[in-house]
Design a protein around this ligand. Structure first.
Ligand code: GDP
Ligand code: MN
Length: 349
């Protein structure tokens, strides 16, 4: 049955994870949301969804991170809503500012140029700090250092299906390090040189690049160029120890030094995705088909009707983005030789 496939049958009793860090049915895991005080009611909406569909039965902690102190209203409302412990972290200046090697005039000229070209968030300084923070620093905040697993939740997302299994347990038992529900092509204008920096890293650190990685999903010409496929990182369930590994940190360092977070507008989605595709074995990346999800403007709705009914999904299957032309999930199935769910062809554009 589907529940067993998802790992819920193994939830009862003691559990030894592959990492050996956690025992007992509950994992050393937390939700994590980076938000402003002004995001309160939008994150409240997301919390309601996550609690109703999953966490009310599991009571995992929730870490809120902000570059400004959280106000009392934010803390009061979110604490009341989270069934686990809600915790609040203030991000240090060193993780949310321009590194001293960045040429301010050059960065400013880029923002002005991108504003004229109407590139989304192209004129924003704070968005760039946010992307750099999510790429290189969220997983090493003092509060996050206490956990092994994270589930990222953004404001105003929706969960469409009951999650009757523990995705953290599933990840541990199946040796997964990173997961996604939606993948797509990145705007080329935001990352023109990210692959140059990536190639520099590959030359510098071949020791971090295992055989059997997912580079074929990122590149259509054996690593020469980037095809712009990325996992949509507003949803992520992943392993924090992987992000804290030498391999990931050295990858981030090469990218950061090249300045593309400020001289272009690199998103954390392509950064995490390229890292996962290069540094992990492809079996360590998981597509969570069971988790029906929406973040404006895309939906993941399980293709299988049986799955939708069993998990009380309320998404319209017609909205499922997986097999549409702008999705990279078809390519993911292709490259990993995964079994396509029945009816997938009816959902193409
Ligand atoms: P989009 O999904 O790419 O359109 O970007 P969002 O506006 O959703 O931002 C991504 C995440 O970063 C969300 O969780 C936001 O709440 C958060 N975020 C964005 N900008 C800031 C900021 O300046 N400060 C803080 N604390 N959080 C931010
Ligand atoms: Mn968002």
């Amino acid at each position: 049955d589907l529940a067993a496939e998802s790992g819920s049958s193994k939830l009862t009793g003691k559990l030894e994870t592959s990492s050996g860090l956690s025992t007992g049915a509950k994992m050393n895991a937390t939700f994590v949301s980076l938000t402003r005080n002004s995001d309160l009611w939008d994150i409240a909406d997301s919390i309601r969804n996550v609690e109703d569909r999953f966490n009310r039965n599991y009571h995992y902690d929730w870490v809120f991170l902000n570059d400004q102190p959280f106000d009392e209203t934010f803390k009061k409302v979110t604490t009341a809503m989270v069934s686990g412990t809600a915790r609040y972290g203030l991000i240090g200046k060193e993780h949310w500012s321009f590194p001293d090697f960045i040429d301010q005039d050059k960065a400013k000229a880029v923002r002005e140029d991108m504003a004229e070209r109407k590139i989304i968030y192209g004129d924003s300084i704070s968005y760039r700090h946010m992307c750099r923070f999510e790429s290189g620093f969220f997983f090493r905040q003092p509060l996050m250092n206490e956990y092994e697993w994270y589930w990222r939740v953004e404001p105003s997302i929706k969960l469409f299906c009951d999650i009757g299994f523990d995705p953290f347990v599933f990840m541990a038992e199946n040796k997964k390090k990173y997961s996604f529900v939606i993948s797509l092509f990145e705007y080329a204008e935001t990352i023109p040189t990210i692959w140059d920096s990536t190639k520099k890293f590959m030359k510098l650190h071949p020791e971090h690049i295992p055989e059997g990685n997912a580079v074929d999903w990122l590149s259509d010409d054996g690593g020469e160029s980037y095809n712009h496929c990325h996992f949509w990182s507003n949803f992520e369930i992943g392993n924090l120890n992987w992000l804290r590994s030498k391999a990931y940190l050295e990858f981030f360092e090469v990218l950061d030094q090249d300045g593309g977070f400020f001289y272009e507008r690199w998103g954390d989605a392509p950064v995490h995705s390229i890292a996962a595709g290069l540094l992990l074995k492809k079996e360590e990346i998981h597509f969570f088909d069971d988790i029906g999800y929406w973040h404006v403007p895309f939906t993941h709705c399980p293709t299988s009707e049986q799955k939708r009914l069993e998990n009380k999904c309320h998404c319209n299957p017609k909205d499922n983005f997986d097999w549409k032309g702008y999705s990279c999930t078809t390519k993911w199935f292709e490259k990993n030789e995964l079994k396509y769910p029945e009816g997938w062809e009816d959902q193409k554009d």
